[in-house]
Design a protein around this ligand. Sequence first.
Ligand SMILES: NC(=O)c1ccc[n+]([C@@H]2O[C@H](COP(=O)([O-])OP(=O)(O)OC[C@H]3O[C@@H](n4cnc5c(N)ncnc54)[C@H](O)[C@@H]3O)[C@@H](O)[C@H]2O)c1
Length: 305
Amino acid sequence: MTIRFDDRVAIVTGAGNGLGRCHALGLAARGAKVVVNDLGGSVDGSGGSSDAAKAVVAEIEAAGGEAIANGANVTKMDEVKAMVAQAMDKWGRVDILVNNAGVLRDKSFTKVELNDFGFVLDVHLMGSVNCSKAVWDIMREQNYGRIAMTTSSSGLYGNFGQTNYGAAKMGVIGLLNTLVLEGAKYGIKVNALSPCAATRMTEDIIPENLLELLTPESVTPALLYIVSEDSPNRTIITAGAGTYARTIINETAGKWFPNEDQTPEKIAEFWAEISDPATQKEYTSGNDQTTNMLTKAANGLGIKI
Ligand SMILES: NC(=O)c1ccc[n+]([C@@H]2O[C@H](COP(=O)([O-])OP(=O)(O)OC[C@H]3O[C@@H](n4cnc5c(N)ncnc54)[C@H](O)[C@@H]3O)[C@@H](O)[C@H]2O)c1
């Protein structure tokens, strides 16, 4: 079945360059009306001009699609609200939000300035919060919404020099986990993309002969899938160079200890059993963890539940 976005309105942040541009083109090519947002700064977030967003709108229009350019800074709630109002005035709804805007200020933890740490958190995490918040009630009222976060292997697994970026990129997963729960009865699904692509953001990091495999075009299909009508929910999809995978955060079943054995020594003694990956499971809310703990304790103590 062909995935289409006819009559859907999408906002893609940071869509003047790299992945966001490719996502915007991909959504428009399949029928979506697209707000191409970009504040037009450099990789470290300095400067700004709306030329990049306007150029992407021109590309979409040349291919027969519909788009409008927006220069909002995702860290500024008044500008984000105005962007959403622009979409509502023009098309009357917002079905899809792609939180893609991002910056880098890489430095080892020893050298990183707290200002730079805060700046990176602000763009990735608060930018995603602001945009999600600005469309949330609209999506609830429509009883339909698809939100994509953009996470990163740097957040999921770590990357030297990227404490700020990694923390921000894991932050959006925390945001996603609860938005999924709160959006469920309003037809809102929230997923995350963990991309790998050669863009201006990665050109200094990846060897040149491999860079050409890492096209944004090989990532965008994963984004289109997670914002489609029959998308999964609460899913982290990774995409790069034509490989698509799913990241799952799991927890082992664990082992219950009676009061007298609740000691660090017992934990050390049974560490292999406690951390046995064969027992791992995916939880879909914090309550699942509490339920596991209380069920084990009740069973251990012979309490009926
Ligand atoms: N390229 C990769 O391999 C990779 C890997 C993991 C995650 N990511 C993430 O994917 C997203 C896109 O990255 P990219 O590689 O295409 O980078 P990019 O620098 O090419 O594009 C990012 C865009 O975001 C815009 N932007 C920055 N701050 C903004 C703000 N405050 N408001 C609005 N727009 C803003 C920039 O102007 C730029 O056009 C980012 O969130 C990035 O962290 C990229």
